[in-house]
Design a protein around this ligand. Structure first.
Ligand code: SPV
Ligand code: MG
Length: 554
């Protein structure tokens, strides 16, 4: 099962086979089957994505994860809450460790009814006394009266609301030192009372007594085992003994304790995150397992387009070689301008205009782009490709209302507000005062724009202006302005850009194309690209002189 299928499954239709029937199938299967411990929604997802066909909701693990002891310190309704998260997050069945049934036959009736309501496929109850003690603690724990326990099994069976709900009766006779005969006597009684399977538990380091039980029991009902202590026994021995289901009972909890201790200790010692970062999963992985992609898709389906916060894709793959040693170990968007990297300032401006979800396309010295508030995608071919290829790396994020920006620009936020307020699908901000910006030094590369009409002199002019062409080589008398590196796409505009990218991929022009080529192409294809004239007041940072100007600009 993929992450995507798991994500948000609480809100999707369940698979055709109910979780109840799936657990019954595991118990009835002629093969040895396995279920794996989980103790919360996340670990349950991990168990499922690993491929396990079922989940053991361990009492020990759920208690420990809640910070309490495995002695019924968490109430049964608190356990139910945890189970609900686990069940909502997964599609495979959960067998819950129900301890002693959380009370007498009456508590068991209510617990079973509630478990059925929440889609928990089965419960395992052990023949001890409430409040229980973990089987690996102490010696000679008192056992439940057989008749009382059988009544509890019957009460549970009579209360289940799904015919396939399973009750596993766990025999603690070996744990308490009573021996095989008592274990078999109890197994027979519990089977007769209606238990769907028996769990024979042992705390010995070898499986001899468990295998002896299996031999005598001869599969009168399915047998479940928990090989925590006799973990050295080869799994084939269980298979040959006819065991139905093996429970790997607490290993995700124990593994996570080891990992959390190690990570905490390293961060504490280093007073830095740098050492652990490569060894832990990324935040993007967390979003993936949490199912954020499903939510984003649902937003597209259910939220009116105008209610979705705009996104942004920022192109930041290039080094900015003219900045010399300033960009030796970082791309130019990470250059410090008055105490902050350019990209952080840009992100703040974007956020200030209501833009959420900023995706940055990295290339040169990508590790240096480490801002927490942006998502990164990489153009690893940045050295040999152009801006359109970088944009294509973020194509998954070009949807809905979307801003496209160069990563090295500074501009007044109200320019962005104007772009976002425009009704057209494709909008670009063009500097009408371009002639004031630089002396036209030889070799200066500028993003010239030729428009449907020159700037009228009135920034509030309602008569819309459209793009004819954008290029570095527009003839002098056709230049109406300079693109500031900022564009905004409506949801349809995003689709148009995505389509243009696909066409350029197909005709082989994508790799070398600039954004100027892309927008010119859209205009050529007959799509209106609205021009918003702005009065200077923006910067791009190409060299040391620009950097100096940027300081003043701020
Ligand atoms: C649990 O996982 O909580 C169990 C199994 O009951 S054991 O701890 O082995 O008793
Ligand atoms: Mg337990």
């Amino acid at each position: 099962m993929t992450h995507a299928a798991v994500a948000g499954s609480a809100y999707l239709k369940q698979d055709d086979i109910s979780k109840f029937a799936q657990l019954r199938g595991l118990l009835a299967s002629s093969d040895l089957e396995f279920i794996m411990e989980a103790h919360d929604g996340l670990s349950a997802k991990i168990v499922e994505e690993t491929g396990f066909k079922g989940i053991w909701a361990s009492g020990l693990s759920m208690s420990a994860a809640l910070g309490v002891r495995d002695s019924n310190e968490a109430s049964w309704t608190q356990v139910l809450e945890v189970l609900e998260f686990m069940s909502d997050a997964t599609r495979v069945p959960i067998l819950v460790d129900g301890d002693t049934g959380w009370g007498n036959f009456n508590n068991m009736r209510r617990a079973v009814a509630k478990l059925c309501q929440r889609g928990i496929a089965g419960i395992c109850i052990e023949d001890k006394l409430f409040p229980k003690t973990n089987s690996f603690l102490g010696e000679g724990q008192p056992l439940a009266d057989i008749d009382e326990f059988c009544g509890k099994i019957k009460a549970g069976k009579d209360s289940q609301t799904d015919a396939d709900f399973c009750i596993v009766a766990r025999i603690e006779a070996l744990i308490s030192g009573w021996g095989l005969d008592e274990a078999l006597r109890r197994a027979e009684a519990y089977h007769t009372a209606g238990a769907d399977a028996v769990l024979i538990h042992s705390k010995k380091a070898d499986a001899d007594e468990v295998l002896a039980f299996c031999g005598e029991w001869a599969n009168r009902s399915p047998v479940v085992i928990v090989p925590t202590k006799y973990y050295r026994t080869p799994t084939d021995a269980f298979r040959e003994a006819g065991v139905s289901l093996a429970i790997w009972a607490n290993h995700n909890l124990r593994a996570s304790i080891a990992a959390m201790r190690d990570t905490s200790a390293r961060i504490y010692r280093d007073q830095s995150l740098a050492g652990v970062e490569p060894e832990i999963v990324s935040v993007a992985d967390v979003f993936e397992i949490a199912g954020n992609a499903e939510l984003a898709a649902a937003e597209q389906r259910y939220l009116p387009t105008n209610k979705l916060a705009p996104r942004a894709v920022v192109l930041a793959a290039s080094r900015g070689a003219a900045l010399g040693e300033l960009t030796e170990d970082k791309p130019k968007c990470m250059i410090d301008v008055r105490g902050e990297p350019l990209l952080r300032r840009l992100t703040r401006t974007l956020n200030g205009a209501g833009v959420r979800n900023v995706t940055v396309v990295r290339g040169y010295a990508k590790g240096a782009i480490n801002l927490p508030s942006v998502r990164c995608v990489d153009n690893d071919l940045y050295a040999s490709t152009g801006e359109a290829a970088s944009l294509a790396c973020a194509s998954a994020d070009i949807r809905g209302d979307c801003v496209i920006a160069y990563g090295d620009i500074l501009f007044r936020q109200y320019y962005l507000d104007q772009l976002l307020a425009a009704e057209e699908d494709l909008v670009v901000a063009v500097d009408a005062l371009w002639e004031n910006r630089h002396s036209d030094a030889d070799g200066w590369v500028r993003d010239y724009v030729s428009c449907s009409r020159p700037f009228s002199g009135d920034y509030l002019d309602d008569d819309p202006v459209y793009l004819n062409r954008m290029a570095n080589d527009v003839e002098a008398d056709a230049v109406d302005g300079e693109w500031i590196g900022l564009a905004r796409l409506s949801a349809r505009g995003s689709d148009l850009v995505a389509e243009a990218i696909e066409i350029m991929k197909g005709d082989g022009t994508l790799q070398q194309a600039s954004l100027l080529d892309l927008f010119s192409r859209l205009a050529d294809a007959g799509h209106e690209v609205r021009v918003i004239y702005v009065p200077g007041q923006w910067m791009d940072v190409d060299d040391a002189a620009d950097l100096n100007e940027a300081g003043k600009f701020l």
